[in-house]
Design a protein around this ligand. Sequence first.
Ligand SMILES: Nc1nc2c(ncn2[C@@H]2O[C@H](COP(=O)(O)OP(=O)(O)OP(=O)(O)O)[C@@H](O)[C@H]2O)c(=O)[nH]1
Ligand SMILES: [Mg+2]
Length: 466
Amino acid sequence: MSTPVLAVVGHPNKGKSSIVATLAHDLSVRIAPEPGTTIRSRRYPMKVDGRVLYELVDTPGFQRARRALAWMREHETTAAQHAAVVSRFVETHRPSGEFEDECALLEPIAQGAGILYVVDGSKPYGPEYEAEMEILRWTGRPRMALVNPIGAADHIEEWQAALKQYFGIVRVFNAMSANFTKQVELLRAFGQLDESWTKRFDEAVRALEADRRERHRLAARAIAETMAEMIVLVVSQSVSREADPTRAEQALERRYLDELRSLENRGRLAVERIYDHGGMNRRETAFELLEHDLFAEESWSLWGLTPTQLALTGALGGAAAGGGIDLAVGGASLMLASLIGATVGAAAAWFGSDRIAEVKIAGVLPLGGKRFTVGPSRNVNLPYVILGRALHHQRLVALRTHAHRDPLDVPPPDTTRAWIDELPSTRRRALERCFTRLRKEQDSGPAVDALAAQLEALSGEVDAVR
Ligand SMILES: Nc1nc2c(ncn2[C@@H]2O[C@H](COP(=O)(O)OP(=O)(O)OP(=O)(O)O)[C@@H](O)[C@H]2O)c(=O)[nH]1
Ligand SMILES: [Mg+2]
């Protein structure tokens, strides 16, 4: 069985390369707002274990479809000869460079590729597309039309009415926003184009799904490893007798918070690489929105557990029993706050930065100075804030198609606190047990494994959305 090849063709600037990038998960595909970005055909094989399951060919857009069709009509004899005339067109014009774009896009089709014809469903249909579609019909190859709505206007119905006359299958497929389920559905539809392709595309779907599960697993592990480092982080500093201890304490606190932030950022980069988005930029201003700082009050009310949830999870009980937090003052008022139903915002101050970094004196130095340390944080809510932010970022990255060339734009989530409020309490308690183990156990390996296992299910939930 020969490898199915699909040539992605159409008018210039309609999102052909964007569709290739999305399906091939490839950031190296050239995409730009100007027409004429793709100037020669390029193949993108989908490989599993070294074996190519199918190939996409990105092509330049039609430039002179009417003239090309006119040539073909002049050389036409019978309908049975149409495909041969298209091949002759390519052979005749290839050497001279005339009809360069038409030759580049028709060549793979003449060699046996199927056709994916891409149009922009946000622009009105017009007869100028008919020469292109007629040429493609002449090739007699299996073909599907993809309506990619680039803008907001909706001309999809009129497009469908026209496209159905030329293409066996017509689908709407948005290159920028197609989620994993939509990509899988499209692959299955490719398998319907030609009977001899069905098995191959079923195989491709299975391979893609296995690959996706593996990436979610790796992302869960990367998040668990980052959390482990953040939870046990300690920084220390020796301060001489002459130095101002208050300033030294403040500097050490800042260093501790900076190191937490930089660990968080490292975790994010790892997750971006896992989903093959390693090369992208981040929009700083927008990034700050998500990043609106780990220690900002909004972060705590958005990502952390409420006082009641903390109490139900056992986080407070466990920490208090272990002498982890001082319940005498803050704890009592916290409990009171939860009892009288105080808002999370009000409680956030208590949960917030003042209790994350607490400077302790680790020892007195021989010549009189002191050794200060900060960390590990005893703040019971910190792991939940870190985890909420990590899962939000992972979701944005996992759902981002490879057609995007703009920096990662990361707004706060639409549904405030959804992640944690929707977590079943059994899972919350399981997470809490993992956090406690991370704080207590010398060898963090088994606790990281346990946390990664808990996070795997959460990490895969991004694909549950249809
Ligand atoms: N918003 C949005 N923009 C899109 C979509 N698909 C493509 N674009 C944009 O449209 C422009 C053209 O996309 P390309 O994928 O380069 O189009 P093309 O058909 O390969 O263009 P040529 O190679 O020049 O023929 C780029 O700026 C894309 O970012 C989409 O689904 N939504
Ligand atoms: Mg292109």
